[in-house]
Structure formats: structure tokens, C-alpha cells
Ligand binder design. Structure first.
Ligand code: DOR
Ligand code: ZN
Length: 426
């Protein structure tokens, strides 16, 4: 017996057409796609006219497990992912302890297998403990299933250390994934350095703290031949550096978050730490540069940087509260509403490309398409129904979002991961 999806419209990724199609899933595989299929012997699921797209893939998620389970667990984080339409997430190693051993890679895979609502692929740390002093055993970490290496949360400060990391990553055929931040420039900053930080009297993080690392690491990628992936790009000059590197033929890819596409530092009042994130929300010029980079192919994909923290932590004063926003449950409706439906700055298929197809291609992961014989990772969207974002509804333990109260449409109503229904909205 299989699962037969009826009354849905399949998004044709090349043309953007919505085709009436029925889908038969057997085991983990999409067995058949046709205008009409025989329902006999199958569990029929009525999609109510929803739009079928490949399951989303988020290459930047903090699951906080092990060690920081009060913020999130693999179970709650992947439940939030499934609710947001995701079938695969890559988890960041800045847990407690830092993911820097094969045993910890195994822990992630085993716990996700037992308790998860989507596939979880772990990144391993570049340096032991994320301290920037000594490289991890990258080969052993690859053998244990690491999909790339990153010290996300902090930048690797020493260029020579990054060079050696890239040489090893190149040999192993895995990407180096950077949190671009030169600490001698970012210092104790808690928001973007500019007009707004001056007005509020808060210490700033200049855009160049990001772009000097992007430029440095692009040059090191050219030298070593490694694949460099730039996390959460937020600054106009950093986007330009990636554009320049791509033109030069350097193997560089980049991601941008929903908050850097939709918000600026003008929204910060200096009291609400639900607006505090790293890299910080920047200027309208930077926001536009990120969007332009996404549309012209400089930026390959969208990633949320889902970074849950407790309510108590985010109630602290702006300067001392931790950085980060949750994002998994709201990214698609927010971007669909703001960039597709309201302003037509993107098409639906472009957005789906950036959230599913591109991450699968760049990181060589299964999924990213809905096709006969392919893995049954898919999401069904209700593009019409509008809802107000209420953090109390989140499956994530995190409530920390600057988007509370925003009205959005395009909610995932069904998520299927490897043939299993992982989210279904009543
Ligand atoms: O805002 C952020 N939160 N940026 C980071 O780089 C780390 C993340 C976290 O782990 O909370
Ligand atoms: Zn980061």
C-alpha cells in the first residue's frame, strides 16, 4: 500500500506552470506521477488544491543538541523544520560540546533517526572546540558523515589556519562553510555600525568585518581549489566580493537569510533583543544588494540560520542578549508573501529553486526535485490562506523572531520526508 496524493498542483520548475497531478509514493520513493492514478489499495490524501514543490532544504540550522537542549532539541528543531516544509536540514556544530569528533557525528545521525521529523546532516567544526587553534580530524569527520566544515558562530581569525583547513577540505571533497567575521573589526558590537547604532549609542559591527573575511577566503579558495560556501551574507561589499570571485572562476557559493532580505537596522530600537542577530541587520542598501545578489545568481540559496534561544535570554538587555532568530517555521510564508505575492520581485519557482533545488545541487544531497523514481521528499503549500505569525504557535522551543505579528500566506500544509508524512495541518 502506498500514499496517493490527490487534488494537488505540481509546480513545474522550469516554466512555473501549475499542473494538476496525482502522485503515488511507495516506500521512500515517488513511484508515479500522472494526471490520474488508480487509488485502489492506497491511502488517499486530498491536497485540497495545494501546490506541490520539492521538500525544502536548509543548510544553516542550529539544533542546539547536544548540551543546549533548553533552547532546542533535535526533536523540536526538526519538528519545526517539517512544519516549515523542510525535509533536510544541516545542523551547525556550535553545540555543547562542539561537534568536533566522529562520535558526535554519530550522535546526530542516531538521534535524528530516532526522534527526528526530517533528515539531519551535520557539519563538523573546522577547529577543535571552535577555538580557532587546532584543526579537527577532518578525514575521520568526513568518514563519520560530516557534509562540510564550519566554525559558525565565530570566524576563523587566522588566515594561515584557514588555508590549511581549505587544503584538507579540498582533498576530502567537502566545502569550507564560513561565518565571515573579523573580530578585530567587529569587537564588542551588538548591531550594525552606522546611523542607527550612533543614534542609539550602541557599539556597532561594521560591514567590512564580514567582507574582509569573504574576500580573504575567496582568495584562499582560489589558492587551494577548495569549495568555499559563505554563510548568511548580509553586507553589500560582501555580495560584491562573491560576485567578483565567481567571475574569476573561484569555487564559491553563498546563502542569505530571510531576515537579511526583509529587514534593516532601522527596525531596531535598542531594547528588543528579538532584533539582535549576527551578522546584524544592516542598511536598506545592503538589504537591496542581498536581494539583487540572490536574483542575479551571486547568492545561490536561502538558509534560515534558525538560532533558537530561551525567552529569558532574549529578555536581557540588547547589548548582552545572545544573537539569533528562529526561522524554520516562517521562512517560506514570509518570502512568498513579501517577495512573490506582494511585490513580484521573485517568482514562485525562483523561490523554490533557492530553497530546495540549489541546496541539493550545491551540497550534492538527495531531493530538490519531484520526479518519478526520485526520493519522496515534498511539500504542499496553501498559497491563499493568510495567517498572523504568532511565536506561541511554534513547534520550536525558540520564540525569538522579529516577525511576530506579520501577516503571511503560503503555509506548508503537508510535508513528506522519505515517504513519511512528517507534517500535516488539520
Ligand atoms: O545570530 C546568530 N546566532 N549568529 C551566529 O552566527 C550564531 C547563532 C547562534 O548560534 O545563536
Ligand atoms: Zn553564523
Amino acid at each position: 500500500m502506498g500514499i496517493l496524493l490527490k487534488n494537488g498542483k505540481l509546480l513545474e520548475l522550469e516554466t512555473g506552470e501549475l499542473l494538476p497531478r496525482e502522485i503515488l509514493i511507495e516506500g521512500k520513493t515517488i513511484q508515479k506521477i500522472a494526471e490520474q492514478l488508480d487509488t485502489t489499495g492506497h491511502e488517499v490524501v486530498d491536497l485540497g488544491g495545494g501546490v506541490i514543490v520539492p521538500g525544502f532544504i536548509d543548510m544553516h540550522v542550529h539544533l542546539r543538541d547536544p548540551g543546549l537542549e533548553y533552547k532546542e532539541t533535535i526533536e523540536t528543531g526538526t519538528r519545526a523544520a517539517a512544519k516549515g516544509g523542510f525535509t533536510t536540514v544541516a545542523c551547525m556544530p556550535n553545540t555543547k560540546p562542539i561537534l568536533d569528533t566522529p562520535e558526535l557525528m554519530n550522535y546526530i545521525y542516531e538521534t535524528a533517526e530516532k526522534t527526528g521529523y526530517c533528515k539531519v546532516v551535520p557539519y563538523a567544526a573546522i577547529t577543535c572546540g571552535g577555538r580557532g587553534e587546532e584543526l579537527t580530524d577532518m578525514q575521520a569527520l568526513k568518514e563519520a558523515g560530516a557534509v562540510g566544515f564550519t566554525d559558525d558562530g565565530v570566524g576563523v581569525q587566522v588566515a594561515g589556519m584557514m588555508r590549511t583547513a581549505m587544503e584538507r577540505a579540498k582533498e576530502l571533497g567537502l566545502p569550507i562553510v564560513i561565518h565571515a567575521e573579523d573580530e578585530s573589526l567587529s569587537g564588542k558590537g551588538c548591531m550594525n555600525e552606522g546611523e542607527v547604532s550612533k543614534r542609539l549609542g550602541l557599539p556597532g559591527i561594521p560591514g567590512v568585518a564580514e567582507s574582509v573575511h569573504v574576500a580573504r577566503d575567496a582568495l584562499l579558495a582560489e589558492l587551494t581549489g577548495a569549495h568555499l560556501h559563505v554563510c548568511h551574507i548580509s553586507d553589500a561589499s560582501a555580495v560584491d566580493a562573491v560576485r567578483w570571485a565567481k567571475r574569476r572562476g573561484i569555487r564559491v557559493t553563498a546563502e542569505v537569510t530571510p531576515h537579511h532580505l526583509l529587514l534593516t537596522d532601522e527596525g531596531i530600537d535598542g531594547t528588543d533583543a528579538n532584533w539582535k542577530v549576527n551578522p546584524p541587520l544592516r542598511t536598506e542598501n545592503d538589504r537591496k544588494a542581498c536581494l539583487e545578489g540572490l536574483l542575479d545568481g551571486t547568492i545561490d540559496m536561502i538558509a534560515t540560520d534558525h538560532a533558537p534561544h530561551s525567552v529569558e535570554e532574549k529578555q536581557r538587555a540588547f547589548q548582552v542578549a545572545p544573537f539569533g532568530f528562529v526561522g524554520l517555521e516562517t521562512v517560506f510564508p514570509l518570502l512568498y508573501t513579501e517577495l512573490v505575492a506582494k511585490s513580484q520581485q521573485m517568482t514562485l519557482q525562483q523561490l523554490v529553486h533557492k530553497m530546495a533545488v540549489a541546496p541539493a545541487e550545491v551540497f550534492d544531497l538527495p531531493g530538490g526535485r519531484v520526479a518519478e523514481g526520485g526520493v519522496a521528499d515534498l511539500t504542499v503549500l496553501n498559497l491563499e490562506e493568510e495567517r498572523i505569525i504568532d511565536p506561541n504557535d511554534f513547534a520550536s522551543k525558540g520564540r525569538n523572531t522579529p516577525f511576530a505579528g506579520w501577516k503571511a500566506k503560503g503555509w506548508p500544509v503537508l510535508t513528506v520526508c522519505e515517504g513519511r508524512i512528517t507534517h500535516s495541518r488539520p
